[in-house]
Ligand binder design. Structure first.
Ligand SMILES: [Zn+2]
Length: 420
């Protein structure tokens, strides 16, 4: 979730762990827990953003995901209280920092760390953009912006895995067979783990209690909707009786799991196909963001991923940025006429008045656009900043989505700082 999800970039920011996160940060999920959850006699879950799983066998333990640098020390403590056996394998469902943050804490001499082979490039991609992501992660997850950091180069990430695989990897430990499958979705390097003898599936971030973040506001390469669909299909063929996502609680029961996973898959497929049909009909992305809604029987919620962002993510993931308007081909940004238009309108004051008027009607996004224009004419205009703050607070109060609230809070803090 990624719901959630701290980014791997954070693992490269030691200061983050020292600062802790702001009390408002979703990254603090599970930090008040006193013990790990027993799922079965051999599977334990430390709850967090994200979860860490411990699987015990007579010949040693397997760790599946390691949470963030913030949560990992607690997860290690809670899970080692359940079993202090040697850690033979660490499996990383993908390279986001809320899954990789505790690798160094779990690793012992001889521990193998397993990842899908695209993780090498995925970690490089995150590190290549280290400062870009650090700033955005700090905003989205509500913690202080870290200081400037050195650029490690294009292939400069610290690699974590000792074993990379392509489509499938399996091993047996203490008589327990672990099957690992490439299941791209949230990331290209995403994998899922299947333990046939316990009918337990560990699905990382390809399934959680919200429509997926097919686009995340902190920035991402395109996440392909059909990858999620195909990867969830693969999980369904196993007919799991326990499903262990890396965010949120475990699901139990073959029928319940099949119903929930099919609904999730079908919701993604529905939105994907609606976008594709709209693109083929010549519709623009904003029209599709307004038009496409999930039917009630596929309503999986939008507490983390948001439909409109995913619609745009799918559209632009396929087509990129050009919107057929020749003005878009050139360097002048859409905001380039703002200052002129505001002057022609009689200055920022009437524009701010109009912003407050549309805000009264509940059109907060339009009000924000008007304050963008007024502030382009005068960046310190008090009325424009106050109207902007009102629109942001209105949107925050309406929002049921944690990422949306995170970004609105960030902009609210920014507007307040300018008003001081
Ligand atoms: Zn995650």
């Amino acid at each position: 979730m990624l719901r959630l999800f701290l980014l791997s970039v954070l693992t490269s920011i030691p200061i983050f762990a020292q600062l802790g996160a702001n009390p408002l940060s979703p990254m603090r999920e599970g930090l008040d827990r006193k013990e790990a959850v027993k799922i079965t006699d051999n599977i334990y879950q430390a709850i967090g953003f994200g979860n860490t799983f411990l699987v015990t066998t007579p010949e040693g333990n397997v760790i599946i995901d390691t949470s963030s640098v913030l949560a990992a020390p607690l997860h290690v403590k809670l899970l080692k209280a359940r079993s202090a056996g040697p850690v033979k394998y660490i499996i990383l469902t993908h390279g986001h920092g809320d899954h990789t943050g505790g690798v160094d804490l779990w690793k012992e001499p001889g521990t193998e760390v397993i990842a899908q082979k695209k993780q090498a490039e995925f970690l490089n991609y995150q590190e290549r953009l280290n400062r870009f992501f650090a700033i955005r992660n700090a905003a989205q997850f509500v913690f202080p912006t870290p200081p400037a950091m050195a650029w490690p180069g294009d292939e400069g990430a610290k690699q974590l895995a000792t074993i990379f695989f392509d489509d499938k990897y399996e091993f047996t430990l203490g008589g327990v067979k672990f099957e690992l499958y490439s299941t791209p979705g949230e990331t290209p390097d995403h994998l899922s783990v299947w333990i046939p003898q316990w009918k337990a599936a560990f699905t990382g971030d390809n399934f959680y209690a919200s429509f997926p973040n097919i686009y995340t506001l902190r920035g991402t390469e395109p996440r392909m909707a059909l990858d999620y669909v195909h990867s969830l299909d693969k999980v369904l063929t196993w007919r799991p009786e326990i499903l262990l996502p890396s965010h949120g609680p475990a699901l139990r029961g073959e029928t319940e799991i099949a119903t929930r996973v099919k609904m999730y898959r079908d919701a993604i497929r529905y939105v994907h196909d609606a976008v594709v049909m709209g693109m083929n009909d010549g519709k623009d992305v904003f029209t599709l963001m307004r038009e496409i809604k999930l039917p009630e029987h596929l309503n999986v919620g939008e507490g983390y991923g948001k439909l409109t962002w995913s619609i745009r993510g799918i559209y632009e993931g396929y087509a990129g940025w050009f919107d057929l308007n020749p003005a878009t081909m050139y360097e002048a940004p859409p905001s380039s006429p703002y200052a002129d238009l505001v002057k022609l309108a009689g200055g920022p004051d009437p524009v701010v008045a109009r912003a407050l008027e549309v805000l009264q009607k509940g059109q907060a996004a339009e009000a924000l656009r008007l304050t963008d224009a007024a502030l382009a004419a005068n960046a310190a205009h008090r009325g424009a900043l106050e109207a902007r703050l009102k629109a942001l607070e209105y949107l925050r109060d309406q929002s049921k989505n944690s990422n949306e609230r995170g970004w609105l809070e960030y902009s609210i803090r920014e507007a307040k700082a300018k008003l001081k």
